[in-house]
Design a protein around this ligand. Structure first.
Ligand code: GLO
Ligand code: MG
Length: 433
């Protein structure tokens, strides 16, 4: 036991009129929505990196947080793990996620780093068994260390490619050992700073081969989880190859991986790519590659990936609408890829950030379920496209241009514009959020 969270009670559902801040007002894990418990719909995960490894720095100043587990040896890593599992017990969320670099000290060699990871994985295994907390996904940090400054799989130096491949192998092994339900690849440095020094074609080939190796190895070790790629358009590099869902889909098709790999979609990354979160989710669902989400929120003015905790129910409702419409999560879940503001120093801040975020997601999911059950949007959409189902239009998509042109003249077709009814639908939406 550490005493970092001392005096903070276990959070329970107490309803909207709870007398304390330390309660869920909306997230009742046991409540049944569309035939499923809220806990099983939302599948919340705490992100180890933001909550336990991030020090509160920004480009103008370093560490603001004072944590008893700071340090770069195994004792510090275990103290960190103890504190992390204490937070998990307070929140009662079913899952967590981690990168290798969040949880173990860097060794003097690759082998030492791997052994450090294995030791922490054993420690996690014991704690997971004791507490029932599960692993939503594991991942490798292929972006913080200076060796990865010019990329990992896409590095001009083959030694870095090899180091990255060995790292992912060790992280997939760790994820498999802990029963992780997914494995995530986010290519933070898989991109370029300047085209002047970059061979785009070669780097894309390297990335495609790397991802194929990851998929093959997952099969080889019998990994039953889902391999997920997390799109982001830029930051840290000026341009990242995994720009958005559409770009990654094209990449997966090119390398024959579209049936093997799905997407981990993050709110803030969608915004940076010039999309809404629901756009990215709807597209992934329609392409059959919607896997999991990194839930957070971006500051709309800064143009920077601010990774704040979600606090906007109408936006979150639209996101869960797309997820529920696709049948809900299977192996995926809601990972809070979100960090405190650097002035939020206290243990209480870390707990309450998650409590509020879980409440916001619960409200959003309930609203989304009510919208789907009402069916208003789906009915309006069906009506809008209904003419495509008429017998006279059945052959339109298999005809050629000349046949269509003939028909337009023969039948003297004169299209009559119809309202898109956007405001009416926005008013409908407001009844639920
Ligand atoms: C950063 C990303 C990062 C990933 C993580 C998963 O912008 O969101 O936090 O989610 O590395 O691999
Ligand atoms: Mg993320």
């Amino acid at each position: 036991m550490t005493d970092f969270f001392r005096d903070i009670p276990k959070i329970t559902y107490q309803g909207p009129d709870a007398a304390t801040d330390f309660a869920f007002r909306h997230y009742d894990p046991e409540a049944v929505v569309m035939g499923k418990r809220l806990e099983d719909h939302l599948r919340f995960a705490v992100a180890y990196w933001h909550s336990f490894a991030w020090e509160g720095g920004d480009p103008f100043g370093g560490r603001t947080f004072d944590r008893p587990w700071w340090g770069d040896d195994m004792a510090a890593a275990k103290a960190k793990a103890d504190a992390a599992f204490e937070l998990f017990a307070i929140l009662g969320q079913p899952y967590f996620c981690f990168h290798d670099a969040d949880v173990r000290p860097e060794g003097a060699s690759f082998a030492e780093s791997r052994r450090n990871l294995e030791e922490i994985v054993d420690h996690f295994g014991t704690k997971m068994e004791e507490t029932g907390t599960r692993l939503l996904w594991g991942t490798a940090n292929l972006f913080s260390h200076r060796r990865f400054m010019s990329g990992s799989a896409t590095n001009p130096d083959p030694d870095v490619f090899a180091y990255a491949a060995a790292t992912v192998k060790s992280c997939l092994d760790a994820t498999q050992k802990l029963g992780g339900e997914n494995y995530v690849l986010w290519g933070g440095r898989e991109g370029y700073e300047t085209l002047l020094n970059t061979d785009l074609a070669r780097e894309r080939q390297q990335a495609g081969r790397f991802l194929s190796m990851v998929v093959d190895y997952a099969h080889k070790i019998g990994f039953k989880g889902t391999i997920l790629v997390e799109p982001k358009p830029q930051e840290p590099t000026k341009h990242q190859y995994d720009y958005d869902v559409a770009t990654v889909y094209g990449f997966l098709k090119e390398f024959g991986l579209e049936k093997e790999v799905k997407m981990n979609i993050e709110q803030g990354h969608a915004i940076l790519a010039g999309h809404s979160f629901e756009h990215e989710l709807a597209l992934a669902r329609d392409l059959g590659i919607l896997g999991s989400i990194d839930m957070n929120r971006n500051d709309y003015q800064s143009g920077w990936d601010t990774d704040q905790f979600p606090n906007n129910v109408p936006e979150v409702a639209l996101a869960y609408y797309e997820i529920l419409k696709g049948g809900g999560f299977t192996t995926g879940g809601t990972n809070f890829d979100a960090k405190l503001r650097r002035q939020s120093l206290d243990a209480e801040d870390l707990v309450l950030a998650h409590v509020g975020a879980m409440d916001v997601c619960a409200r959003g999911l309930r609203a989304a379920a009510a919208m789907l059950e009402d069916g208003g949007l789906e009915d309006a959409r069906t009506a809008r496209y209904a003419d495509w189902d008429k017998p006279e239009n059945a052959g339109l998509l298999s005809a050629d241009l000349a046949q269509i042109a003939q028909r337009v003249e023969d039948e003297d077709i004169r299209p009559e514009p119809r309202s898109g009814r956007q405001e009416r639908l926005e008013n409908w939406l407001n009844r639920f959020v």
